[in-house]
Design a binder for this molecule. Structure first.
Ligand code: ARG
Length: 588
């Protein structure tokens, strides 16, 4: 990992404090909030004074006097009561940036390949179309898998399909009513079941809502669905074969929607894959006296240290014997730890499932899983409509993800036309632009807020080419590309970075902040830190470009250096956006 300027300075000052018999830690330096006073500042002398080091001003002067020879500092000043303000050397800065820019990850990758991170996100349910509730998990989860990989972790993502609950029994019963003669329902059948699915996704999408509606009012139908679910879980061959078709047909449609979003998974496993591990987990829970029988059901009471019940129990088996959402989650975690050897498991799942994960994790802790693995509910808030309630269609129905993407595309086309972008491009390119702008709109609007916050879905605002939006960033990228193209036309190419002038200073510092933005993103599992950095970087480029007319620069070495700075900025924006799952455009 390449070091940041803050790090280099903190080492230098730390040593100087230590040479004065003060703690090395006082040497910590940070960016100066007022650039006219310095690039960086060290406030350690004040902290040292509080711990009895005497007058902070005197201490700061002593520290400065004992600084080792170095090539970092150009100017240094001690101001009352004891601030140390530092300006860094131009040559050091240019060298630092050159080294940073040569590294594919801007010096942020570490050797973490021995740490395996499993990211559970997406979580779509078989036979139900994805809706707006599946948007955030897809966007945040995908961004996190990209970021953790980039940082150097071994990452495995899993869609963890909802394919084992009562909705499966409802589908089976629903189909039985419509086509009772299918082989799958014949209990005496012993041959091979057909390879061809008896249903399409449209069939499933019609059957599911009808059956689920029915089961809400009709106790007999509900009982039948529960029974069918249980038989499926217990391995009835016809049901298993049918269920396989349901899953395969659903996956094909899910892949289409995720494909549009540019979201991929390493594993397309589901709740059902935990099935072989359920007996093992139940046995261990029983042997360790963690599970108890309660009115025919099998549960795990969730208590605090005093044994007080703090929330409802985790239900492992209902009285009819069927396993639940929590059971499959415990068994999946068991599989991830024992089979996959995961060190960290992140569950990028809606914050409204917090209680569920508390129950699951409390049970896992009781089993001692916390000794070998870290598991976290990396939750997120709700997407609300302008009325502050969960986002719905105009008619009040559930907003399908596919329709939402189309809406974003329509808005993108409208905004592009209004701004006169790409009017003379051919249709295929226009379509590509509308698609990428739409996806950037949805993704950036989602990722720019700290994930645990709710946000209001305001497509018009998100699609603006001004402000903290995806389209703004895509436009800035296209703009830098256009500058570099124009330069090429007049024979100017990026060259060696020269000592940075005042106009380039702020942009250079901003570029070098990538590392800390990325580290915070990883640490908090929160891509909004990266969003914030990229937005600020794009703005910093704008003000640099306003002050510095690159193409008019007469000195060719200077011009080559300015172009190099621009291309580093472009590269960082593109790399950063890719980490958010946002594809950029050549022009617009
Ligand atoms: N299928 C679930 C839902 O739609 C989400 C699954 C999340 N992941 C998990 N391991 N529980 O609510």
């Amino acid at each position: 990992m390449l070091t940041t300027i803050e790090h280099d300075l903190s080492q230098l000052f730390g040593q100087a404090f230590a040479d004065n018999d003060l703690s090395f830690d006082f040497g910590a330096t940070v960016r100066c909030t007022r650039p006219e006073l310095g690039d960086f500042q060290c406030n350690g002398a004040m902290a040292a004074a509080k711990q009895g080091a005497g007058n902070p001003f005197v201490a700061a002067e002593k520290v400065v006097a004992s600084l080792a020879d170095n090539d970092i500092i150009k100017n240094i000043e001690v101001v009352r009561p004891g601030f140390i303000n530092i300006f860094v050397n131009e040559e050091y800065l240019a060298n630092k940036l050159t080294t940073f820019s040569k590294d594919k990850t801007f010096g942020s990758a570490e050797d973490l390949s021995s740490t395996k991170v499993m990211i559970d996100f997406g979580g779509p349910n078989v036979a139900k179309s994805m809706h707006v509730g599946h948007l955030r998990t897809a966007i945040i989860g995908d961004s996190l898998q990209r970021i953790f990989r980039f940082k150097g972790y071994e990452v495995v993502s899993d869609a963890h399909l909802g394919d084992w609950g009562t909705q499966m029994g409802m589908l089976i019963e629903g189909l039985k009513k419509r086509q009772p003669d299918l082989l799958y329902f014949d209990e005496n059948f012993e041959g091979e079941y057909p390879k061809e699915s008896p249903v399409t996704i449209q069939d499933l999408e019609t059957i599911y809502p009808e059956e689920s509606g029915l089961c809400k009012t009709d106790e007999e139908a509900a009982e039948k669905a529960r029974q069918a679910t249980l038989e499926l879980q217990n391995g009835r061959p016809g049901y298993r074969a049918l269920w396989k078709h349901f899953v395969e047909v659903s996956i094909a449609t899910l892949k289409r929607d995720y494909g549009e979003l540019g979201v991929t998974f390493d594993l397309w496993k589901g709740e059902s894959d935990a099935d072989p591990f359920i007996p093992l987990v139940l046995k261990e829970l029983e042997e360790k006296n963690i599970s108890v029988k309660d009115q025919g059901a099998l549960i795990v009471p969730i208590t605090d240290e005093e044994g007080e019940k703090v929330m409802p129990p985790l239900i492992l088996r209902k009285s009819d014997g069927a396993v639940m959402y929590g059971t499959t989650d415990i068994a999946t975690l068991y599989e991830r730890i024992h089979e996959d050897k995961a060190d960290i498991v992140l569950y990028v799942v809606d914050g409204r499932q917090q209680q569920h994960f508390k129950q699951v994790f409390a049970t896992a802790d009781l089993m001692g899983m916390d000794k070998v693995c870290t598991y976290e509910h990396t939750y997120f808030g709700t997407v609300n409509g302008k009325d502050g309630k969960p986002f719905k269609t105009r008619s009040g129905g559930v907003m399908k993800l596919h329709d939402l993407i189309q809406m974003a595309k329509d808005e993108a086309r409208k905004k592009l036309a209004e701004s006169n972008f790409g009017v003379d491009f051919d249709e295929a390119e226009k379509e590509e632009i509308a698609h990428k702008v739409a996806i950037s709109t949805l993704k950036f609007a989602d990722l720019r807020n700290f994930r645990i916050k709710d946000y209001i879905f305001d497509l018009e605002k998100f699609s603006e080419f001004e402000g903290k939006t995806g389209p703004y960033l895509l436009m800035q990228v296209a703009r830098i590309k256009s500058i570099l193209r124009k330069a090429k036309e007049i024979g100017a190419e990026p060259g060696e970075l020269l000592e940075t002038s005042d106009n380039e200073r702020a942009l250079t510092f901003k570029l070098l902040e990538f590392n800390s933005a990325l580290n915070k993103t990883v640490e908090k599992r929160a891509p909004h830190f990266l969003c914030e950095h990229l937005y600020n970087l794009a703005q910093e480029f704008s003000s640099f470009y306003q002050k510095q007319h690159i193409l008019k620069e007469a000195d060719s070495a200077k011009r080559a250096s300015l172009l190099k700075l621009s291309s580093i900025c472009l590269n960082q924006l593109e790399v950063g956006l890719e980490l958010l799952g946002i594809e950029t455009l050549e022009r617009m």
